[in-house]
Design a protein around this ligand. Structure first.
Ligand code: GRG
Length: 296
């Protein structure tokens, strides 16, 4: 089998294992009050790439054999990521109609339900996390990582800065603050928690967090580029709306070519951070390349 096919199959396998956990854990669609449970499942199962869980499980696999607990933690992370997308798409924020190739949650269920669905996903994800059957000290570290990186000094700070800076002069410092908090934080969370749960050594945990930074930043720069060069139908989301041209992005500050060079440099750094792990890092290296060459 060629390497691309092997990578594709591995992504499919890991995504399926995460989907099974999510499906079993969340309230059924027919549970009263049905509408909220349907709204919660709508964007979750609309067809996301499951990149973050893949990154977390693969990082864990560098230091330990396949273990079921990391799949549960990765599922909690994907549920949180989906909550951020639902809220980000709301009319009061980015006002987007399409996500993961389907109508956004508020388009189908209304903004009131979309707010509640996002809230419920966040809380239920934390419940899922609290039930993971690992050593309680380790679990406390994992929960702290999640809440710090997703809270008011993490993800939410990034979103807030994005809103505040829409019509302001663009600076490199602000661009870095937004990307770091809004996107890169979740990638760092994945790679670090993967290593922490495998009880990797301190040096390896630090290395993996830096790896998460490189791959997360390369992902976001590529995302900014795809918002300009990509196709809505392939991407499965709305692009090119008026607000995008006003947004603080890599291409708006550095131009497309320089942004591509920066993304490539970050992936080279990501590859070199994986060097000590040899063949065990095969899939993560494939992922690095995918991150900057994808069209979805
Ligand atoms: C608005 C209160 C409120 C909360 C939302 C931080 C945040 C909080 C929202 C940010 C969401 C966002 C759009 C972040 C940018 C990162 C990004 C490009 C996400 C898309 O990730 P993909 O391409 O998506 O991995 P799929 O659908 O494949 O999972």
């Amino acid at each position: 089998m060629n390497t691309k096919l092997m990578f594709k199959r591995d992504v499919k396998d890991k995504s399926e294992s995460v989907n099974i956990v999510i499906d079993r854990f969340l309230p059924r669609k027919d549970e009263y009050p049905k509408k909220i449970h349907k709204a919660m499942r709508h964007t979750l199962f609309a067809g996301g790439k499951r990149l973050r869980p893949y990154l977390m499980i693969s990082s864990n696999n560098l230091f330990s054999d396949r273990n079921e607990h990391i799949v549960e933690i990765a599922a909690a992370l994907e549920i949180i990521h989906t909550y951020t997308l639902i809220h980000d798409d709301l009319p009061e924020i980015d006002n987007d109609d399409v996500r993961r190739g389907k109508p956004t949650c508020h388009v189908l269920y209304g903004p009131d339900l979309a707010v509640l669905a996002g809230d419920a996903l966040l809380v239920n994800a934390l419940e899922l996390l609290s039930l993971v059957n690992i050593d309680s000290k380790l679990l406390r570290t994992v929960i702290a990582e999640f809440t710090i990186k997703c809270g008011a000094s993490g993800l939410i700070a990034g979103q807030m800065a994005d809103i505040l800076n829409e019509a302001k002069p663009k600076t490199k410092e602000m661009l870095n603050f937004i990307h770091l908090n809004k996107t890169v934080n979740l990638f760092k969370l994945c790679t670090k928690v993967g290593a922490v749960v495998a009880k990797a050594k301190k040096d390896d945990i630090e290395r993996m967090e830096e790896y998460g930074y490189c791959v997360g930043m390369a992902f976001q720069i590529t995302d900014d580029i795809l918002d300009i060069e990509g196709e809505e139908k392939t991407l499965g989301k709305s692009i090119g709306k008026d607000h995008i041209s006003q947004k603080l992005t890599y291409p708006s500050l550095y131009g497309i070519e320089e942004s591509k060079i920066e993304a490539r440099k970050l992936v080279e750094r990501a590859d070199s951070l994986l060097e000590p792990y040899g063949d065990k890092a095969f899939y993560l290296k494939m992922l690095n390349e995918y991150i900057i060459t994808r069209n979805i």
